[in-house]
Write a protein that binds this ligand. Structure first.
Ligand code: AKB
Length: 314
């Protein structure tokens, strides 16, 4: 029986990952944790304990007590929040992650899965069809913690045999839990505003192109990479993407379904972050090594998002 620990379960990914893990592993111990109490949906799929990932003693005690063998480490500050609180981003995204890796190797954890991000790239990275292995000089604290986290994962795998696996997620769009503090959050906001017949204010220019993925695909990435045969993995960290779109492309896709939707573009400090990230990713390694293949493009996602948000928001 698997004993799984999820940190940061209250975030955008965690709230949906628990459902998938429970479906795939009905008999597993799934221990979801966060510094705040989760929505009731999480509690119906997993046990829950309050946990501050910066409290090393508490992390160690939870891992030991529950004989954890697999960790999904989702606790993190996103890019825009990280720019406002760089020291906290370092502590949560990196110091706590380093401590978690140390605890894992010393207490029989077999696998650690941690999402990285397109934020790990920087302005000197080739921005189109960005390769898996390329220049990585991020200029945000978020990016610095993500690229360093990636290096730590490779190190712990090579030196200690800890099976670390990560994926560089693009902007993730979900109808269930709203993101908090990311640079790609504008796209999610468009859908919420459109369904409530409100105009959106967008904090990046309309021609800002970034890679994106719909949450059901992101959950598949997390599951498929975790169960992939280790012998087939040619790297520990994979680029993954579904489609690239500009802010205007999102607006146009929504207007096809909700005719009166309007966006006011008012770029702020997040424009500079977006401009330092890839416009599109080469994820052929993930496709070749473990069969990654997204199901949603912008149009399919837009139909599903609007349907789900109408049900949710009435
Ligand atoms: C963010 O915008 O910070 C995240 C990410 C791309 O990592 N959504």
């Amino acid at each position: 029986m698997k004993h799984i620990l999820i940190t940061g379960v209250c975030g955008q990914i965690g709230t949906e990952l628990v459902r998938k893990l429970r479906k795939e592993l009905p008999n597993a111990l799934i221990l979801a944790t966060d510094i705040k109490t989760p929505p009731s949906s999480v509690l119906s799929f997993a046990d829950f304990e309050l946990l501050d990932v910066c409290d090393t003693q508490a992390v160690q005690s939870i891992i030991q007590k529950n004989q954890i063998d697999t960790v999904y480490h989702l606790a993190a500050l996103l890019s825009a929040t990280g720019e406002r609180h760089p020291a906290l981003a370092w502590r949560v995204n990196l110091t706590a992650f380093f401590d978690l890796l140390e605890i894992s190797r010393n207490h029989n954890v077999k696998m650690v899965i941690m999402p990285s991000s397109i934020g790990a790239f920087g302005p000197t990275t080739p921005r189109d069809n960005t390769p898996n292995l390329t220049i990585m000089r991020p200029t945000t604290m978020y990016g610095i913690t993500k690229v360093t986290g990636e290096l730590l994962m490779e190190y712990y795998y090579l030196k200690f045999g800890l099976d670390c696996r990560g994926m560089r997620f693009p902007g993730i769009i979900s109808s269930e839990t709203e993101p908090g503090g990311g640079t790609t959050d504008f796209a999610v906001d468009f859908y919420y505003k459109a369904v409530q017949n409100q105009a959106a204010t967008c904090f990046v220019r309309e021609d800002t192109i970034l890679p994106f993925m719909y949450m059901p695909d992101a959950i598949d990435v997390l599951w498929e990479l975790a169960i992939a045969d280790s012998n087939r993995l040619s790297t520990r960290i994979y680029n993954v993407t579904a489609f690239s779109a500009s802010a205007k492309d999102f607006e146009n896709a929504i207007v096809k379904k909700i005719l009166n939707f309007k966006v006011d573009y008012q770029p702020d400090y997040r424009q500079q972050i977006a401009d330092s990230w890839p416009r599109s990713l080469d994820d052929s390694l993930a496709r070749n090594d473990w069969g990654w293949n997204p199901k949603f493009d912008l149009e399919k996602m837009t139909i599903d998002m609007i349907k789900n948000l109408r049900l949710k928001l009435g």
